[in-house]
Design a protein around this ligand. Sequence first.
Ligand code: COA
Ligand code: MG
Length: 286
Amino acid sequence: MNGNLRRSLLAVPASSAKMVEKSKGLACDQILFDLEDSVAPNEKASARANLIKLFSSKPVFRARYISIRINATGTPYFKDDLAALAQIPSDALFSIVLPKVEKANEIDLLGGALLIDAQIESAAGLANVESIAAHPHCLSLSYGPLDFAADLGAALDDLSEGELKEFTLYPLMKILVAARASGKLAFDGPEVDIRNSDKFAQGATRVRALGFDGKWVIHPDQIELCNEIFTPSDSEYQSASELIAKYESAKSQGLGAITDGDLMIDEASLRSAAKIVARHQAFNSN
Ligand code: COA
Ligand code: MG
C-alpha cells in the first residue's frame, strides 16, 4: 500500500500569521500552507515572506506531512512562488500542491526534486487527468469542486441535493480511476459550510465509500471528524480480519469461492478486506 497515506489535508492561508501558528498543534495528517486563492493579490508577497521566515526557524508540527500550495503555472505569481520555494529548505517540505493543473508537463516546470499533489479543477484538467496522474512526480489528485463548477458554468445553488450528487459523481470517479490506474492517492475537496458537521460527514462518508483516501479541510473543527471517517472503525477491522482468516483457511483446503452467511466471497473480497486492515493499521500505529 502507498506509503504516504493521508486522510485530512488542512488548508492554512499563509497570509495569516495567527492561523499558521495555530496549525502547528493541529492533528490533521497534512498541512497545505496556501499561497493561492485564500491569499489576496496584495498579500502574496507578505505570505511568501511569512513562509520563508517560518521554515527558517525549523518549526515542529503535529501533522506528519507539510506542504505549500503555490499559484497555478499560468499565473503572474508562479515565478515568485518558485523563487520563495528556493529559499525554503527542501527537506522541510513533503510536497508542493499545484492547483488548476491542466497538463502533465506543467509538473516539469517545478524541477525534478519536488513531489506534487495535483488539483483537478477544470474541464481541461479532467480531460487530461490520466496523464497528470501518471507523471512520476505526481503523488495524488484532489478534486477542486468550486473551481470546477465555475469552469463549467454550473450554478450549484440551483441544483437539488440529488442533482448535486449526480453532478459531482463524474469528476470524482474520473479522478479516482485515473489516480488508482497510476497507483496514486485521491482526495475530495473541502466542505465550505464550516459550521455544518452533518454536511461534512455526509460528503466525506460518500467519497470514502467510493474509494477516496481523504478530504481537504479548511477549519480546525473539521479535522477530527475527517480523520474518523477515513479510518476504518475497529468493527470494520475486526470483520475484515475475520473474513481474511476464513478465506485463507478455505484456500488452504483448495477452495476459491466460499460463503460468508448468504454471501459469496472470493479472492476479490480478500483484496478489499486486506485494504481495510492495512488502512486501519496505518492510522493506528502512530
Ligand atoms: N488553519 C489554522 N487555524 C484556523 C483555520 C485554518 N484553516 N481556520 C480557522 N482557524 C483558527 C482561527 O484563527 C481561530 O483561532 P483562535 O481560536 O486561536 O482564535 C480558530 O481556528 C477558530 O476559527 P473561527 O473563528 O471559527 O474561524 P474564522 O472565522 O477565524 O475563519 C475561515 C474562518 C473560513 C476564514 C478560515 O477557517 C480559513 O481561512 N480557512 C482556510 C481557507 C483556505 O485556506 N481556503 C483555500 C483552500 S480551499
Ligand atoms: Mg481551487
